[in-house]
Every structure is written in C-alpha cells, then in structure tokens.
Design a protein around this ligand. Structure first.
Ligand code: MG
Length: 307
C-alpha cells in the first residue's frame, strides 16, 4: 500500500471557529506535541483580517516561535495577495517563517463573496497573482478549491466548475491542488467522481483532499479519496473545526480517526496513534470541552488480546 501524507489543520481550521480564544502558547504547545507524534506538515495560521477571525490574530507570533525541525513544512493560509505578502514577510531577515502559501479559491460566487469578497472569476484572477507572488518569493504555491462538494448558500456545485478551476490553477503554477468539502456534504461516490475529473483537468499535479465530518461521511470520503489516488489528506486533532462564514459547518475529520483507519489498512502515515491520543488528552483541558474524535475516545485497537 502506498503511504499517505497527513496535513494537520487543527491549529488553523480547527481553532478558527472556537469561541474561546486559544492563546499563542496553547497553539505552540499543540503544534510541538503534534510534531512529536510524527506530524510533519502543519497548517499553522491564516493571514486573515483579525477583526473577522479573532482566533487567527496572533498568526505572526505563532510563526515566529515555531521550532525549526528539519523536514517540517509549515503552511500559512492566504485568501488574497495581502495574505501572501504576510506569508512572505514571516521569512524576512532570515527568519524561518512558513514554507507554503496555502491559497484558497472558492467554487461558488455567493460563498466566495462571504468568505473572502471574491466571485469565482475574481478568485481565479486573485489566485493567479497569489500563486505567482508566492513562487517568486520562494514559498511553495498550492491551492485549495473550497466548497468543491457543495455550497452552503447556492447548494449544488457543478463538478465541471471544480474541474475547470483545477485546470486554471494548474496553469497558474499550483504544485498541489486540494478539493475541500468545506461544509461536509460530500459522499464517497462523489469523491471518486470529482477526483477523476480534477485529475483529468490538472494532470500530473499532486492532489490533496479536505473533509469535514458534518454528516458522518468524512472518514469514508477520506478512504474514497485515497482509493481514487489522492496522496495527501487534511485532518484536525480531535475533529475540531468549522468555518466562521459557512452556517452549520462543523469539524474536520479527526486526525486520530484517520490515522486509525490508515494504520489498520496497512497505509503508512508516519504518525503514532497512541502519541496522538495523548496530545488529544493534553489539549482537551486547554480547549475546555470534549472533542468529537471517536478513536481518541475509544482508544487504539491493534488486534492484540486484552491485557
Ligand atoms: Mg475546512
């Protein structure tokens, strides 16, 4: 079985929707423990307006204090050129900064306007410039197509639209394209279909998938994406997450549940599930409430007889 790369989004997607602000130290403690559990690629912040997303207001402070472990890759989420400029600024003066500009293109006009003030066509133009800025500044240029499986306002999103956007972004120099089910409406058959269409529209580009477990299909969707050839999956510790601009959006698939699924299927992730469950147990009191991960609650099961 080929391995899968897990991108931990807990420190960004996971926390952006929380009402209680998690302080910079809490975020750094979370990131350090995730790294110790084997996570090597982490979305650490988003460069958004702090008035709109207060949880992300300390993005630069988090990034300035990140450990410089060899092999780590840090992603900063960027919704516009201003975000990419902030990502580039984290590397000024020889600072370690972030490695990747995670750009976002929304596959629906209404959600795009609410989330980042861009229609689809405006988003294409903006992302073309963002990817160019990122690449020229030495950041890995990658893009997530959000609301790819459905829009909280417009409903059905034509798969042909998502495929067209993927083609545009490949042409604009994205080295990785993600399809994101921002509001957790997708099902496995849809995943397989959409992955096929996106691959056809953007041949040779690394594909990533991002699922929310809002309706219980997230982990099945992750497996469907893996079987369809996706090599990179997003998930968040504990299944935290949501979107401040998408009504009723709930948590990402839980990293613990994803690692359990992959471990038991013989698919390597490089992440230690027991260590991850310990991170969950450390973080719950920091967060102040239980998190939805099922594997963390039930514990690992390896097939060995009970002691
Ligand atoms: Mg998300």
């Amino acid at each position: 079985m080929r391995p899968v790369e897990v991108v931990e989004v807990g420190a960004r997607d996971g926390l952006q929707n929380e009402r209680e602000i998690i302080g910079t130290d809490g975020k750094l403690g979370l990131i350090a423990r995730l790294m110790a559990a084997g996570v090597r690629r982490i979305e650490v912040a988003s460069f958004v307006n702090p008035a709109r997303v207060p949880q992300m207001a300390d993005g630069e402070a988090v990034i300035a204090a990140l450990p410089d472990l060899p092999g780590m890759r840090y992603i900063g989420l960027c919704l516009n050129k201003r975000g990419v400029l902030r990502a580039l600024a984290t590397r000024e003066g020889g600072a370690r900064g972030v490695d990747e500009a995670g750009c976002v293109l929304v596959a629906s006009d209404t959600f795009g306007l609410k989330n980042q003030g861009q229609t689809i066509e405006e988003g294409i133009r903006e992302n073309r410039e963002m990817l160019k800025l990122a690449r020229e500044g030495g950041l890995v240029p990658q893009v997530t197509i959000s609301a790819a499986f459905g829009c909280p306002f417009e409903g059905h999103v034509p798969p042909a639209t998502v495929a067209r956007l993927a083609g545009e972004m490949a042409d604009a120099g994205a080295v990785e394209i993600a399809i994101a089910d921002t509001i957790g409406v997708g099902v496995p058959a849809q995943v397989a279909d959409l992955v096929g269409r996106v691959r056809e529209a953007a041949p040779g580009i690394r594909l990533r998938a991002h699922f929310h477990n809002t309706r219980g299909t997230g982990i099945a969707n992750a497996w469907s994406a893996y079987e369809a050839g996706v090599d990179v999956l997003d998930s968040s510790l504990g299944g935290l997450g949501g979107c401040p601009f998408a009504p009723r959006a709930t948590g990402n698939i839980a990293t613990e549940d994803l690692v359990y699924l992959m471990d038991r299927s013989g698919v390597g992730t490089g992440i230690d599930l027991e260590a991850l469950i310990a991170v969950n147990q450390w973080f719950e009191p920091v967060l102040g409430r239980p998190m939805p991960s099922l594997a963390a609650r039930a514990g690992n099961w390896t097939g060995a007889p009970a002691a």
